[in-house]
Ligand binder design. Structure first.
Ligand SMILES: [Ca+2]
Ligand SMILES: [Ca+2]
Ligand SMILES: [Ca+2]
Ligand SMILES: [Ca+2]
Length: 368
């Protein structure tokens, strides 16, 4: 029997992989041979087999060799062959060598979040759990965030992610979630995971009125519900978020409760104004409030005018009334009309009843 003195096999080799075919010579060509084996250390019996009939040495059909879990990496297999009368043996030395195995993340997607518009950098642990079966491997991280790379970076050793300053969600272009690709490598093999970075909208803008003051001229005959003007405030926060939406209210404590404002800033008459004389002035404040309760005020002045007037936010446009709109003209027009109607009735009476005008006599014979 001739065996190689030693051989090398890599961890993770396939189950049942042929390692060596034992060759024997026996002058008695008709003899039948039987193979047996022993292992040192005994752990080798878990990973190697010797076929009792053919003498083929192979890896176990049951267990994969894991270099990192072995108590020893050198094994001796003593193989005995018997022809039923004589026994001979040889020893095969097998060395298991390490194979570099790839590191791997425990999840395919990780997620972190932070506020927008940071004034200083913030380091966050994304919670990467990376396993490298090779206990001696040194791991390193890299990250690619595409167009937003400038805002984010990763610590090569720890995997912690630093969120940079100035990522603004209110500019109308930056997305609220950035998807980054993280790669971990042992220098030769690597794995990839996705890191989703969600930036939280913060209320970093206070509503600003478009004018510091507003003045309106309102006719005392305006009915309840009549719109007479509007106020407007803008908010720098993204308008799709409640922090960027504005509602309005009036503080009428020092004025009459005659006016109101809609959520969109339209002013309207809430109570009758007929009891107020021309020139009466109301001054009060209006408040713009965003969805995060940041507020700003403006001053509103309302001047009562007895006649219907055009209103603007800052000026009044007066005009002359027309001839028919003057009530005095209307009165004498009615009087003249009545006089003309009476004269016409008298003319008809004299014509048909008295035959006052010969040219219009209908029954002159009877009358004479
Ligand atoms: Ca390994
Ligand atoms: Ca490795
Ligand atoms: Ca806001
Ligand atoms: Ca904001």
């Amino acid at each position: 029997m001739v065996l190689p003195s030693s051989t090398v096999i890599s961890e993770n080799s396939a189950k049942g992989l042929s390692i060596h075919q034992v060759n024997i010579t026996d002058m008695d060509t008709a003899d039948t041979h039987t193979f047996t084996s022993s292992y040192s250390p005994i752990e080798g019996a878990k990973y190697f087999d010797v076929d009792t009939i053919t003498g083929l040495v192979s890896t176990s059909t049951q267990n994969i060799i894991n270099y990192e879990s072995l108590n020893a990496t050198d094994f001796q297999i003593t193989i005995y062959v018997s022809d039923g009368i004589d026994i001979t043996s040889e020893t095969l030395n097998i060395t298991v060598e390490n194979e570099n195995e790839a590191p791997y993340f425990d999840k395919s997607i990780y997620a972190i979040s932070e506020d927008e518009d940071l004034s200083q950098e913030v380091e966050t642990d994304p919670g990467f759990v990376v396993t490298d079966p090779d206990t001696t491997s040194t791991l390193a991280y890299t990250m690619d965030c595409g167009a937003y790379q400038v805002y984010f970076s990763i610590n090569e050793t720890s995997g912690n992610v630093t969120l940079g300053t100035g990522y603004d969600l209110d500019n109308g272009t930056n997305p609220s979630t950035v998807s980054c690709t993280v790669v971990v490598t042992d220098g030769e093999l690597n794995d990839t995971a996705t890191l989703l970075i969600t930036m939280n909208q913060i209320n970093d803008n206070t509503p600003q009125f478009n004018s510091p003051t507003y003045t309106f001229n309102v006719s005392s005959d305006y009915g309840i519900g009549t719109l007479f003007g509007s106020i407007s405030a803008s908010d720098g926060d993204n308008s799709t978020h409640i922090f960027g939406t504005v509602s309005y209210s009036l503080n009428l404590s020092s004025a009459c409760d005659c006016f109101a404002v809609s959520n969109t800033g339209e002013l309207y008459v809430k109570q009758s104004l007929t009891s107020y004389t021309s020139g009466t002035t109301f001054t009060f404040t209006a408040k713009a409030t965003d969805g995060g309760n940041l507020q700003n005020n403006t001053t509103i002045t309302i001047i009562i005018n007895p006649q219907t007037a055009t209103t603007t936010t800052t000026t009044t446009t007066d005009r002359y009334i027309t001839f028919l709109e003057d009530p005095r003209n209307a009165v004498w027009l009615v009087l003249v009309g009545c006089a003309l109607l009476g004269f016409l009735v008298l003319m008809v009476y004299f014509t048909y009843t008295l035959g006052w005008l010969d040219g219009f006599c209908i029954d002159c014979t009877t009358r004479l």
